[in-house]
Design a protein. Structure first.
Ligand code: SF4
Ligand code: SF4
Length: 367
């Protein structure tokens, strides 16, 4: 919710299309959550009808299921498998090309990164926090910055955390805290809207909306409070990562490795994982060689190749690398843990491995 000194505007549910029109009018293509193949994912949004009205989700270790609610709400769900990551850090893109001239000389051409103007509606606080972390990691990266610069973000307070969520304990949700241009809270009858910065303010001003009522503000705050208190899962201890560097030989790593398939699902869905692989793909005629950047995972054996040998040949070492880097290594790198508590790695792990239970098994009461 916005500063208590500034009352949000109110938009009737039936008028949601007006907001999308204003976003398009500001030169953006709208992107929004939609039901695709049994999950809620972001995709191009041509009309507000495509939003997941009346859908919610149930999540637990190794499980994600959608169900109908009968409610008119369209943001009554917790994080689906996809965060904002693909919109700023492309799963695959050509960074530059080596070209052979007819006289045999070589040229190296940078590829101009695409910079679409996208207005993303319905972004939860955990994903905004994750985006802020990617921003730091990719600070000097032209393709990332080009995509990132085109994003206009409409955050929404999360009233429906899943059983796998623990953003309250990482300090990243469920209320919006920053990183958005326009903030939203959903009520049955419509939306509270407020701006953060000039761009959001201009868009909202163009809608000439009434202010939200005192009762609507109270209901919004109560829903947020209930969502926060409803989160029972939490990271143990004030500094859970601290214990990991002292526990590299703990037998629990082997027990976790017996379950882990090393499939990399957890890293693909994690909004802060940024491992990637540079690949040269020379054409058969030898005249061109694009340099491609692809998402990679520390769970892939090849990701740790050094002089042809995998440094982390065993799954135990790869799982240990992931959890230790995420919760401990990031503290030194970025001054905070790399986990925003979205719970995706728990729901989308086919073996049902739970990051929090894994941490507890290694810490054994020391946190
Ligand atoms: S922890 Fe789960 S999702 Fe991650 S690599 Fe292992 S089996 Fe796959
Ligand atoms: S480690 Fe798991 S819970 Fe934490 S941000 Fe990544 S996917 Fe979400």
């Amino acid at each position: 919710m916005p500063s208590p000194h500034r009352r949000p505007f109110f938009l009737l549910r039936e008028e949601l299309e007006r907001l999308l029109d204003a976003l398009r009018g500001s030169g953006h293509v709208c992107i929004g959550p939609q039901v695709r193949e049994g999950a809620i994912v972001y995709d191009r949004l041509d009309t507000s009808v495509e939003l997941p009205h009346g859908w919610s989700d149930r999540q637990s270790p190794g499980e994600y299921r959608l169900h109908r609610t009968g409610s008119p709400r369209c943001f009554a769900w917790a994080s689906g498998p996809q965060a904002l990551k693909p919109l700023s850090f492309a799963p695959e893109e050509v960074l530059w090309r080596a070209l052979r001239d007819p006289d045999g000389g070589l040229r190296f051409n940078a590829v101009e990164p695409p910079a679409p103007s996208l207005a993303v509606i319905g972004v939860k606080a955990c994903d905004l926090a994750a985006l802020a972390m990617l921003d730091r990691h990719f600070a000097g990266d032209a393709p990332y910055q080009a995509r990132r610069g085109g994003l206009l973000l409409l955050g929404v307070d999360c009233h429906h955390p899943a059983a796998t969520c623990f953003c309250r304990s990482t300090g990243d949700g469920p209320a919006l805290t920053g990183g958005y241009h326009i903030g939203m809270t959903e009520l049955d009858e419509g939306f509270l809207l407020w701006s953060s910065g000039d761009t959001g303010e201009e868009i909202l001003a163009s809608l000439t909306l009434p202010e939200a009522s005192e009762t609507q503000l109270e209901r919004a705050n109560q829903a947020l409070e209930a969502a926060s208190l409803g989160q029972t899962r939490r990271l143990p201890g004030p500094e859970p990562g601290r214990i990991l560097f002292d526990s590299l030989d703990h037998p629990a790593w082997s027990r976790l490795a017996e379950r882990c398939l090393s499939c990399g699902n957890c890293t693909a869905v994690c909004p802060t994982c940024f491992c990637h692989d540079p690949v040269s793909e020379p054409a058969l005629d030898g005249h061109e060689s694009p340099q491609v950047r692809r998402w990679d995972s520390c769970f892939n054996e090849g990701h740790s190749l050094l002089h042809g040998r995998a440094v982390r040949g065993e799954i135990k070492l790869r799982y240990r690398q992931w959890l230790t880097h995420k919760l401990a290594g990031w503290q030194a790198q970025f001054g905070r843990s790399g986990c925003v508590g979205c719970g995706r790695c728990i729901a989308w792990c086919p073996a049902g491995i739970d990051l929090i239970e894994a941490l507890k098994s290694i810490a054994e009461g020391r946190l």
